[in-house]
Design a binder for this molecule. Structure first.
Ligand SMILES: NC(=O)c1ccc[n+]([C@@H]2O[C@H](COP(=O)([O-])OP(=O)(O)OC[C@H]3O[C@@H](n4cnc5c(N)ncnc54)[C@H](OP(=O)(O)O)[C@@H]3O)[C@@H](O)[C@H]2O)c1
Length: 319
């Protein structure tokens, strides 16, 4: 495993992190959750990404992570970076989503209880709130750190301009933003233009989520929709559905898979390596439905260097 410094902070993250959005809920077999988590930790992955609403039902991913922490990983708490978030709908009434101080404080307390821990390493505001003053949301993050309930804070799904404002407020409060978590992959590239330069300038780390485009940038869908896939399982809750498996995206994935093959990589390894070639990226945040996918994905670190010709070919394919 490689460990990269997160922006200009003192914290290093594993270049691959594991997210528990899907496959870790109460609808999923606990033994498989445990096998994936242990495979990840044994592969040198130290960072596990959660949120209040992960798993089905919402909250169950944190509960199951807490179970496995208690049974297996607890002795290694000081080798783990555990993150959680709040921002999306979690409970009824006016205090169960978005960005008020009331919601964020209550939600983190619930997350800590579900996981059975005293603090998270990173706490994120999960999505921007158009109605709550940014100062209130950021001061909630600052308070959470001062109370010792999180060591660092981050933001996710913020566009460049609102991210810049959030960074400035947090800096003034004395709790600098550690990290930004945007959606980014070969198929989703909005962050390249302005966000990455901003993060570099501000010394904020970057952890792209869905770097495999939920599985589209793997060998999984090259010959149709397999029954054991995220699409076939019809998970809902923001998970990719069959509308995303278009002839155009499969055609691109097939061409990319040929290039991956020439490089001695799987398509998943190529897609992750292509992101990690940029040293402004701290870590790629992958999901997995079985331990073998972790074993496959971490091998992207064997080669994340690309020739000019390869980069040109990739741009032509993605055009
Ligand atoms: N901040 C946010 O708003 C936000 C939003 C979404 C996600 N996230 C975070 O990002 C994490 C990752 O998101 P994601 O699950 O969409 O990421 P992803 O890595 O793009 O997709 C993961 C899926 O790809 C397939 N896969 C993974 N490795 C593979 C391999 N080596 N070979 C073949 N297939 C492979 C699996 O699909 P199958 O299940 O079909 O096997 C797996 O479930 C989440 O768990 C969460 O922590 C954050």
């Amino acid at each position: 495993m490689e460990y990269r410094r997160c922006g200009k902070s003192g914290l290093k993250l594993s270049a691959i992190s594991l997210g528990l959005w899907h496959n870790f809920g109460n609808v999923d077999p606990l033994a498989n959750c445990r096998n994936i988590l242990l495979k990840a930790f044994d592969s040198g992955i130290t960072h596990f990404d959660l949120a209040n609403n992960y798993g089905q039902p919402a909250g169950s991913a944190e509960e199951n992570f807490g179970r496995i922490l208690k049974s297996d990983l607890h002795p290694y708490r000081d080798q783990l970076i555990i993150s959680s978030k709040a921002g999306y709908y979690m409970w009824p009434g006016p205090y169960g989503e978005w960005g008020s101080k009331k919601y964020l404080m209550a939600s983190l307390d619930q997350s800590l209880k579900r996981m059975g821990i005293d603090y998270v390493d990173i706490f994120y505001h999960h999505r921007p709130d158009p109605d709550t003053p940014l100062e209130e949301t950021m001061s909630a993050l600052d308070l959470i750190v001062r109370q010792g309930k999180a060591l660092y804070v981050g933001i996710s799904n913020y566009q460049t301009e609102e991210a810049a404002k959030a960074f400035a407020i947090l800096k003034k409060l004395g709790t600098p933003c550690l990290i930004h978590q945007p959606k980014y992959s070969m198929f989703v590239r909005w962050a390249e233009k302005d966000l990455f330069p901003l993060l570099e300038k501000e010394g904020v780390g970057c952890i792209p989520f869905s770097p495999l485009a939920q599985g589209l940038l793997t060998n999984k869908y090259l010959k149709g929709i397999p029954s054991d896939s995220r699409v076939a399982r019809k998970l809902g809750n923001g998970a990719m559905n069959e509308d995303a498996v278009t002839p155009a995206s499969i055609n691109q994935a097939q061409q990319l898979a040929r290039l991956a093959d020439e490089r001695g990589q799987t398509l998943a390894q190529l897609a992750l390596a292509w992101i990690l070639k940029d040293m402004r990226i701290t870590s790629v945040l992958v999901g997995a439905s079985r331990p073998e996918q972790i074993a496959d994905s971490v091998k992207c670190l064997d080669n994340y260097h690309f020739s000019k010709e390869e980069l040109g070919r990739i741009e032509t394919i993605l055009r």
